[in-house]
Design a protein around this ligand. Structure first.
Ligand code: F6P
Length: 358
């Protein structure tokens, strides 16, 4: 009898249920009554507190198209993984104790960057772990794509599309602030797909003067509206030169609630135009996964089940050059996949005349 514990951790996204279903169905299909799957509630919180529940095959039926996660989620429990603080050690011990008590042969962990740091730590401590890459940010190292990303791109694109129609009618400048944490994948894809005129991402610091010039030039050429897709993590050229500490202090003093509102004020002052801000926020993580994510989640799920059957632990299942492959957790944990400044997709945006603000 194999006993498997599954958990979803970190911010939710589309495709989590599809992935859980993929793992479970493949395991039940292959092992039948020789497998028991336990759902661990609310991510690592449930693992720490031993909050586990035996699942039935029917629990995984009808969830392919459902957003969110049937297991619940929470942010990862360690703030500073590098610092071996007593609290962290206690939490880790409790997680190991739950695995021992429950006699888990393997933990299946679905999560993003923070989640993978903890998954790697558990693996280093001798727990059998297989992970799946989820996040709308697409910032996980070792995989070409994470599930959730494409669904979020669709939603953010839809927002930019809708803003386009009202912006053209009124001849206004709009900023659409797009999620993505410290990286610009979501903004870049939604910006290109939505036909944005300016795309600002954290990887390419922007100059307010250059962005203002784009708006003025467009005006002079008879284009009364402009659409700016701005990543929530975008930074100005001046901010990019600051140390982490200086940057934090500068942002703490910022009067506006987000970077987009500050940019709107600055651009308004420099162009004399009315600038509006739209922030779709968590809307981008909600709802049903798109077809691409349903397929990706399913493929990753069945591949994870295969790794469990083979006893191939300590890996994340990843998409690489069109194939699903295992990547060691040690290679994934603690690394961010950022948009390369000189990537083909950035060049494509530039070739089209989209300003990257630099
Ligand atoms: O990591 C996914 C994400 O949605 C980021 O894009 C965003 O910065 C963050 O989570 C928001 O976190 P929370 O849901 O905790 O507000």
């Amino acid at each position: 009898m194999k006993k498997i514990g599954m958990l979803t951790s970190g911010g939710d996204c589309q495709g989590l249920n599809a992935a859980l279903r993929g793992v479970a169905k493949a395991l039940y299909h292959e092992l039948g009554k020789d497998v028991e799957i336990y759902g661990i509630r609310d991510g690592y919180r449930g693992l720490i507190e031993g909050d586990c529940q035996l699942m039935k095959p029917s629990d995984f039926s009808g969830i392919l198209i459902r957003g969110g996660t049937i297991l619940g989620t929470s942010r990862q429990p360690f703030k500073l993984m590098q610092v071996p603080d007593e609290n962290n050690v206690q939490k880790l011990d409790k997680m190991k104790e739950t695995c021992r008590k429950m006699k888990f042969d393997c933990l299946v962990i679905l999560g993003g960057n923070g989640t993978h740091k903890t998954a790697n730590l558990l693996s280093q401590e001798g727990i059998n772990v297989v992970t799946l890459p989820k996040t709308i940010d697409n910032d996980l190292w070792g995989t070409d794509a994470t599930f959730g990303f494409q669904s979020a791109v669709n939603i953010a694109t839809n927002v930019v599309d809708c803003i386009h129609t009202t912006a053209t009618s009124h001849g206004r400048v709009f900023i659409v602030e797009i999620m993505g944490h410290k990286v610009g994948w979501l903004t870049l894809y939604a910006g290109i797909a939505g036909g944005a005129d300016v795309i600002l991402i954290p990887e390419i610091p922007y100059s307010v003067d250059k962005v203002a010039k784009v708006i003025k030039d467009r005006n002079q050429s008879g284009k009364r509206f402009s659409i700016l897709a701005v990543a929530e993590g975008a930074k100005s050229v001046e901010e990019a030169k600051m140390s982490k500490k200086e940057f934090k202090a500068a942002r703490a003093q910022m009067l506006e609630p987000s970077i987009s509102y500050r940019l709107a004020r600055e651009l308004g002052e420099k162009t004399g135009q009315e600038i509006r801000v739209t922030i779709p926020g968590h809307f981008q993580r909600g709802g049903s996964p798109c077809a691409y994510d349903r397929v990706l989640s399913t493929r990753l799920g069945t591949a994870a089940a295969q790794l469990i059957k083979d006893g191939n632990f300590g890996n994340m299942v990843a998409l690489k050059d069109g194939k699903i492959v295992p990547v060691p957790l040690t290679e994934v944990a603690g690394k961010l996949k950022m948009v390369p400044k000189d990537s083909e997709i950035v060049q494509s945006a530039r070739d089209l005349g989209i300003s990257m603000g630099d």
